[in-house]
Structures are given as C-alpha cells and as structure tokens.
Design a protein around this ligand. Sequence first.
Ligand code: HXC
Length: 517
Amino acid sequence: MSKQEEKISQLIEKRAQARLGGGEKAIEKQHARGKYTARERIAMLLDEGSFEELDMFVTHRCTNFGQDKKHILGDGVVTGFGTIEGRLVYVFAQDFTVFGGSLSETMSLKICKVMDLAMKMGAPVIGLNDSGGARIQEGINALAGYSEIFQRNILASGVIPQISAIMGPCAGGAVYSPALTDFTIMTKGLSYMFLTGPSVVKTVTGEDVTQEQLGGASVHASKSGVTHFAAESEEETLQLVRQLMSYIPQNNLEETPLVDCKDPIDRLEDKLNDIIPDNPKQSYDMYEVIAAIVDDSKFLEVSKDYAKNIIIGFARFNGQAVGIVANQPKVLAGVLDSNASRKGARFVRFCDAFNIPIVTLVDVPGFLPGTGQEYNGVILHGAKLLYAYGEATVPKVTVTLRKSYGGSHIVMSCKQLRGDMNYAWPSAEIAVMGAEGAVGVLYAKEAKNSDNPAEFIKMKEDEYRDLFANPYQAAKYGYIDDVIEPRNTRFRVIKALNMLATKKVTNPAKKHGNIPL
Ligand code: HXC
C-alpha cells in the first residue's frame, strides 16, 4: 500500500467511525427507544443522496470530569447541507448517541457554522433536536454556546426560514432556540419540551406531573401553542418539514416557487351558494369553504389543535402559495379571543416576512367578552393581530362570508388596514355589532315603556338587520370592492392575486415597530 493509499484508507476508516456516533451499542439503545439516529433522520429528511456533511471530525475541548479521555468524532451533532425537492437547505441534527446530544462549545460552533452559511446563501435552516440540554461538564461554555445559537436565531428571523423538529428531549433554556424559530414540529410520544423537568416542578410547586403531561407534543399542540404541529411518528415529522418547505420561499427576498396547477381556476362550487345557514345562530364548517376554493382541496393547517376558533395554514391558488387565515364559526361561533389573536398574528407576520400573500376568510361575531379575557390581556393580544395585518405589505385578499362586526371587522384585514381586495358574499353582515346587541343599547328604555316589549324589540331588530345585516352598506362606501357569488370565490380570489402580483408597498423607515407583546 502506498503512503497515499494508506492515508486514504485512514480517512475512510475515520469517516466510518464518525458515522457511528456514540457507537453501535448507543445506536441500538436509540433504536430501542423507538427513535432513529441523527444520520438516519437526515437521510429521511433530504432528497436522496443530497446530504453533504461538514465538521465530522470535530471533537470537544473540555477537560473537566474526565472528558479529556472521551472524544467522539462529530461531537453530538451532525451538520451540513442538502436539498429538499431540489432546493438548498442547511441542517443540524443533534445526535443523542453522543453524550445524550448535550450541547458542548464545539457543538454550538458546528451549528453556528451552518446557520452562518445559511444566512450568506439565503437558505432555510432545519434543526432536528434531540438533546439532554447543556453539556453539564462544560459549564458556562455550554451556556455561551446556546447563546451564540439564540443570537443567530434572532438575526436570521425574518431573513431565512427556520424550522425546528423536536424528536427527543428538549429541556431547560434549550427550548428557546426552537421557540425563536418559525415553526416547531414535535413527535408524539417521543419528544418533550419544558423549562424545568418534573422533579424540579415537584420540589418547587409540589405538583406531580409526568414529562408527557408537562411538555409532550399533545400538550404543546393544544394547550400552550408552543408547537405548530404534533406528528404521529418520526417519519411523519420529517415529511411535515418537507411539506411545509414547499409553501415557503428560500429567504425574505424571494417568493415561493410556483407549482403546476391542474385544478381549473374558474371551477364553480355550487355548494358554497348554500353553505351559509338561514339562521344566523347556526354554524357551518369553514374547512369546507377552504377545501372548496383552494387548489385540489389541499390545505396544510398550522396549529390545528390550538385556538380552534381561528384557522391558519398554507394552501395554493393557481399554484401560488398563500397563507389562509379564517374564522371558524363551528368553534365558539368564530369569536376572536386572546389565543386566537396571538395565533393569527404570528402567522400573518410570518407570511408578510416571507412574501406569502394572505387570504382572509371572515365570519366573526366579535371579541370574546368577560373578565377571563380582559384579565388575560385580550386588548393586547387582539392588538397583535391588528398590528400584524396593518403592517403587512404582502397582497391581502379578504372575503367576508357572514358576520363581520365591530373591532373584529377591523382586525380581520379590513380595507383601512390596507386590505387590497375586499370581497363579500351576499350573506355578509358588516356592522358595528349584531342586531340584538345594537337594539339592546339603542332601545332599552323604549322597549321597557312599550306595550309589548318583545314585539317592539323584534321590530327594531328587523329594522336594524334590514339596514345593516348585508354587505351593501360597506360596498356603498367602497369598503368592500365587490359583492361576489359564493360559488365563484375561487376564481375571484385567483384573479385578485394575479392582479396583485406586482404589488409594492413599503412601511416608513424605522429601527423596528413596537408590536404590543
Ligand atoms: C452531559 C448528558 C446530559 C447533559 C444526558 N447526558 N444529558 N451528558 N450533559 N446535559 C448523557 C447521560 O449521562 C448518558 O451518558 C447519555 O447522555 C444518555 O442519557 P440517559 O440519561 O442514559 O438517557 P435517558 O434515560 O433517555 O434520559 C435522557 C434525559 C436525561 C431525560 C435527557 O439524560 C437527563 O435528564 N439529562 C439531563 C437533562 C438536564 O437537566 N439538562 C440540563 C438542562 S439545563 P452515558 O455515558 O451514560 O451514555 C440546560 C440549560 C440550557 O440545558 C440553557 C440554555 C440557555
């Protein structure tokens, strides 16, 4: 064997060793936990054969607690770049087989390197998290490492998309990197996120709670809203990342690639002409409306188990990706509350940051009243949605299906918040408030003094409905650009989006606004 051949075989051997991470036993243990290894996950995430690994020979520099005798090539994270549907992405996958994927100084350097490359190249970063948190032996260096990552998350926010998959433990301050990214996907049964684990909770508050109850995927998908998706398996988690990527551009200066659309753009959906019940108190399912108007009825819903009174997610019109925000009359009559407002606001801001047009479907009776909401700061949370729509400069198409009352009318992308095309169905009711509330305020005294209060109230409510429970008052002033036939909604939205393709609006120059947080 020549010297060169010897060197090459050494390289091959080292590579093979690095690819084993923490070793065969640790890999078996990982599989026994029902989990894939970091490299297996990357292979499932990226286009076949596209992964280029970086820094596979990096080892940690710690000498505390006998660490100088324990070096593993790659040191707890696999990093590099590859493609998803042919588009460049940067990836880091924490390797639980190496010191439990715990974050060392050098691991942080590896992650920061791909984040820096992603910023230079204008490409998304996808993090696959599976880690015991800060590497305890490294002390403050591990914390500094996290801080470097957080700082990059912050600077990259709104410049390149950042997606976090949580595929194992994610505890302590480590949860803040995913929280700073645009989307979080958790794997049910295998992942959890919390600031402090069950034993500390027990010590501090006396509360008995399991990891799953404290920070499992279902909890964060439905109660806290921390995760946007809860997937059934690792395969589904990684597929979701790929699917999500298809709706998102590479960076804030680009647009999402168009896809071929075979669904006729002028498809009429007769059932929409009948979907609004005659009784205003009856509900209908907004998902049916969304499915009827978007390309091939495909809708990738975001945060589907959280604040179900508002629906957000991605779809396409004539191949163009859009963000959809819609009230759901089936849940709490589609009312806006604190959680729905926060959920909607963050999504609107994401779409705006990444040039994704927003289509808003409105059927909202108002904001949820009461001490529960007021004490919870619904004023501030509602203002977030208001702010998000008002600052958004992407094309905004609004369709009012039925109710659009008061403050909630304004918040849901009204004309004066720079709604570009505001359409209404003939069933729309655009007014300061509903008939019952309005008559209660305006005619309480007269009703009391009348011979037949019930009849008097009914008469006044009918009068109010005739005047206001329609789209024509708003259309009269140009606040609604057109009243459209429901079955033709798809075509009208597509035509509006086409017309808005060259939209250019800029906000006043500033360091940054002060969104009510
Ligand atoms: C160093 C760690 C580690 C850590 C796990 N390991 N966490 N090594 N630092 N933080 C090691 C274990 O010693 C073990 O090594 C291997 O990883 C696998 O861990 P196990 O405990 O055997 O696995 P499992 O039973 O599945 O339990 C996983 C776990 C548990 C729940 C994550 O390891 C754990 O509780 N770890 C500590 C979690 C924690 O408190 N982290 C610090 C949070 S504070 P061997 O050699 O035996 O295989 C924090 C601050 C961040 O992160 C602040 C950012 C701002």
